[in-house]
Design a protein around this ligand. Sequence first.
Ligand SMILES: [Zn+2]
Length: 739
Amino acid sequence: MEDGVNNGYDPMIPGAIVQEEEDLNLVENSNVMEEVQEMEQANYNEIKSPYRPLIGVSGRYDRIVRHFKMRKPFYYKERMHLDVDGLYPLKKASGTIKSLLMHSHWIASLKRVNWDTWAGPIEDVYDYGRGKFPYTYIRIQTVAHVMRRSGYANVTFTNKNGMKRAIRLKFGSKMMREVEFEFDHQNGTTPELTIDPTAHPLHPEGLRSEELTVKKVFERAGFRVKVSSDVNAIPSTVAGNNFKWSNNELHDAMQTYWSRFANVPQWALWTFIGQQHEMGHSLGGIMFDSIGPNHRQGTAIFHDSFISNLPQNDPNANEWVKRMRFWTTVHEMGHAFNLAHSWQKELGNPWHPSVVNEPDALSFMNYPYYHSGGPNTFFSNFEYRFSNQELFFMRHAPERHVQQGNDNWFDNHGFEWAEPATNANLTLEMRTHRKRNEFAFMEPVVLELKLKNTSTIPQVVDKHCLEELDDLVMIVKKQGKPAMQVKPFTHECYDHEQVVIEPGRSLFGSINVSFGPDKWYVDEPGYYDIHCCMRMEEQDVLANAVKIRITPPRSYDENYMAQDIITADVARVLHFNGSRVMTSANDVLHETMTKLKSAPISKHAAHALLVPMSKNYQLLDHQGKDAPVNLSTAASAGFVFKQEKAQPKEAARIINNYVFASKEFPVKKNTEAFIDAKGHIDAKQQISIYSRVLAQADNKEEALAILHQLKELFVERSVLKTVIKDIDSEIKQITNLKM
Ligand SMILES: [Zn+2]
């Protein structure tokens, strides 16, 4: 037998065909319960023995059993990662069992219960196969050997129902996982893959001078690292005429030059060191590979970027730059192992409940600039390592989460290595106006943004900075799908009017992330993560991420009509608050409004239909002729402008029947529901429009009632005084309106 250690201790008979469930559910004897109790006890009492195995026992343990008597031989694979000594021990064990029926991964927390024995509860189980992993406690007795490969571990699994399973696993390697790196570079660029951690005087006291390599950093994290002897110098022309790299060009280069490239998950990573990304000097590195079916296989570092900026007044400026380049290289490679930034660990769906944000982590995954003490404090304490939480992930998470090309990258990379400011004067807060961030199917998702001046001096910003999608980057990411950036409908030509935000004050805005000019980003039920970043001249301001849930369609009609509604045309009309020319989209909206009356999308449809009716329109009448080359020649080409008159009565009817669809209108409850559905900012804008429409349609009383209700609710909710004043002046205008 290949295994060679099956000496009767293992209840599974090698070479025989056995039912795996039997093996895993084996009830051995009646004293199991005592053992379980003993283990529970052990979980609370750790012994402090002066003895411990002379030889390190951490590492990978394997068991491979072949069943030859089946028609086709099949494998039963089992491995365990033991993590109790060596560098950065975490007192954890994890394991994977793969067989015909079972594919499970477990993770246990350990305490030392004897000089050579560790035990503890199995806290996490991931079942990917049909079988369920039934055990809740583990006890691991290690037998180390001077010939490392002759070492083994006696492992006992038990659970409270009295089930017990005892196996022996053979020591495989002191490294838990294996990975291969290939480093390619742009012609003329020298990768920074080796560093003396003490070369720059700003380093932790007691840090050893050594030749530290990128390879070593990952070996210390628990990987056997092979560095590919293939080293390619890639011509700059691969980056196109501008010599700057786009993510697509990087992906193409990876496919062309990486000897290991394959669109399958494998423990291999391509690292490219180039000059500059097309995003410019402010991008130091990027894990660009979220293209195609397999993510996280390639990463890139750019030397012609701010990471090469020489710090001022630093006599060791060159050493600083060398360190930044080395640091960035490991940081980007960390992303390829699916590690998030230290301050963003809780984004998306953390893989494990223990995951927390670590904004002050002294880790490769933290930005030195984001450390609360600034980069100098960071580097004075940084020991060229990953945090324990990151090591836990790399050593013990299920393989699919960590392995390159396997699970998709959860995060957006548009924000990657945006040059952070040393003093952030502004904070950006993003929220929905709902207790639970839930939206109905097809209901446009509107997020409110609050830009606050957290400094002590007034800040000048662009008046439209929270509305324009040029400087504001919004990312929508459905669970399990690639992230998408919300595109602007137009690059709006606002004059760049500036406003001043006084200290402690805020600027507010709202933005719809459901659709753009090309498509709907939020087009099906499920969970979505929304990320937002505002690019400013001197600094980027990153908002908190928001997770939203889209509830499933509530009726057959909703489901059926979705294919007509979820189109670029309808998105356009909804975005521009109506159109008088896109008649087919208007037909869809009319049907949506009338047929899906109870669905929130119906109110948005009503809004888009009634707004154009509220005012006179100039429409170019083509009179069946071809469109003119440009508008100035329209008249000479025989085209006429036709005026479409406002239809306030019809608009008012839509408001009463569909927007506030209630017979008792106007009632406060309706307005409140409306505000909650739309959020304060949009609700205020729309109610202003509705009150004017109602007044034009001779419903002055209703117009005033709705404004009064809005005011009352806003006062109750302590909305800004300037907004209340605004409502007051609208009330005054309508009161003075002559009918
Ligand atoms: Zn990063």
